[in-house]
Design a binder for this molecule. Structure first.
Ligand code: NAD
Length: 419
């Protein structure tokens, strides 16, 4: 599969889990397909008056356990194949942390850094209307992903509300606090990464003070993960983003780097410098002598080309699908841990669930309450995955998948096949 699409990679993970679970082939046939795939073409009047047409998708993999849930990605490499894989991973993610959702994902093939603010806003509103027939507060609830954020979610919420004639808070999560968002949602994915990393360190008999970490990606997930892991006492030695990779043996100044990103256009680390910080080849980031590697950018970043060179004792998947199955087998053979995406980055969807509940009830929690509930869900899910891995003598991904897939399969079995 190394050269195949990411949906093939998702199917390979499902297939090997189904074998372990001795799953009924009928159930596997259902779970190996998405429920619904919508492709839309979106004409947008650009600032100079000409019309560009963008391609977008919304895919719902499974609604067996509840409404579909998943982010929306804006990226020049978005394909239907990728959105399908991401929607399937959302199904497993919601199931492994046991929140009552199925899986979905959306995306538009666009490099938003090449568009003006108003062009991105028009594109978002047009996309929202195009996918409106299949989304809804009890059907499919979008959220942010790569290159989308609270502002994007606000535009989606406003567009749906204009059509409905009343404000619909529960149509998206990841909204601004002023628009019914949840305290702690912006940081939730990175906070979840931090919780699972600390749990793992504990199992590895390592203390944060002795832990060196490298993080690929410095967006929502990478920056918050790095910040909170540093605050927990770890040494963040390397960070990369689209502009390059930055290294400091004694530890990078994460809060200065976050402040730098928030000022620059394009929100990257381009041009960042500080005493003791050097620029390294981004490929080198994967080969550093660190304890933990956190890929928090895009898919297939750890593959057969670099897996052999990884010195880290564990990979904590902040991104979705950053490790190819072949690379993962190599890492596991060498006795390394890979904490799978569906567990490691589930913090975002868990607090999205809290936000949805708060929006429905119009009753909002304080931040300590959100973070404490998040910790409870992530730590207990980590414990369950760890214990399953020990009991079944499996790696962490297969253990997480066994829990998740059997929950979805059970829901399917109880519901039966319609009609
Ligand atoms: P983002 O757009 O906020 O950030 C992406 C980061 O990756 C940016 O810093 C960008 O410069 C960097 N990047 C892109 N290409 C790179 C490359 N080739 N090398 C190094 N860095 C590169 O996106 P995000 O929301 O942080 O999402 C990152 C990953 O986490 C994605 O896989 C996403 O699906 C996953 N994820 C996000 C959330 C969420 O709540 N935002 C939740 C779960 C999973």
């Amino acid at each position: 599969m190394e050269h195949g699409g990411v949906f093939e990679m998702a199917l390979e993970q499902l297939g090997s889990t189904a074998k372990l679970l001795k799953m009924d082939p009928n159930t596997l046939r259902v779970l190996g397909c998405t429920e619904r795939e919508l492709t839309v073409h979106l004409p947008v009047v650009m600032d100079d008056g000409h019309i560009e047409v963008f391609e977008g998708h919304r895919v719902q993999h499974s609604s067996a356990r509840g409404p579909c849930k998943g982010g929306i990605r804006y990226h020049q490499d978005v394909t239907l194949d990728e959105v399908k894989a991401l929607s399937m991973w959302m199904t497993w993610k919601c199931a492994v942390v046991n929140i009552p959702y199925g899986g979905a994902k959306g995306g538009i093939k666009v490099d938003p850094s090449k568009l003006s603010f108003e062009e991105v806003r028009r594109l978002t509103r047009r996309y929202t209307v195009a996918i409106m027939p299949i989304i809804g507060p009890h059907r499919d609830i979008p959220a942010p992903d790569v290159n989308t954020n609270a502002e994007t979610m606000g535009w989606i919420m406003d567009t749906v509300s204009m059509y409905q004639g009343s404000t619909v808070l529960d149509i998206v999560t990841g909204k601004s606090i002023e628009l019914g968002g949840s305290l702690g949602r912006r940081e939730a994915t990175g906070r979840g990464v931090m919780f699972v990393t600390l749990e793992l360190l504990n199992r590895m008999n390592l203390t944060p003070a002795k832990t060196r970490i490298a993080v690929q990606g410095f967006g929502n997930v990478g920056s918050v993960s790095a910040d909170l892991l540093k605050k927990a006492g770890c040494n963040i030695q390397a960070i990369s983003d689209i502009s390059g990779a930055y290294y400091c043996e004694k530890g990078l100044p994460i809060s200065d780097m976050i402040a730098y990103c928030s000022t620059g256009r394009g929100k990257t680390l381009e041009g960042f410098s500080a005493p003791g910080v050097s620029k390294i080849d981004p490929k080198e980031l994967f080969e550093l002598d660190v304890d933990i590697l956190v890929p928090a950018a895009l898919e297939k970043q750890i593959n057969v080309e670099n897996a052999e060179k990884i010195k880290a004792k564990a990979v904590v998947e902040g991104a979705n699908g950053p490790t190819t199955p072949e690379a993962e087998r190599l890492l596991i053979k060498k006795g390394k841990y890979v904490v799978p995406d569906i567990l490691a980055n589930a913090g975002g969807v868990v607090v999205s669930y809290f936000e949805w509940v708060q929006s429905i009830q119009s009753f909002f929690w304080d931040e300590d309450g959100v973070n404490a509930n998040l910790k409870k869900v992530i730590v207990s899910s980590f414990d369950a995955v760890w214990d399953t891995a020990q009991r079944e003598k499996q790696d962490l991904r297969h253990a997480a998948m066994m829990i998740a897939v059997s929950r979805v399969a059970k829901a399917l079995e109880i519901r039966g096949i319609f009609p």
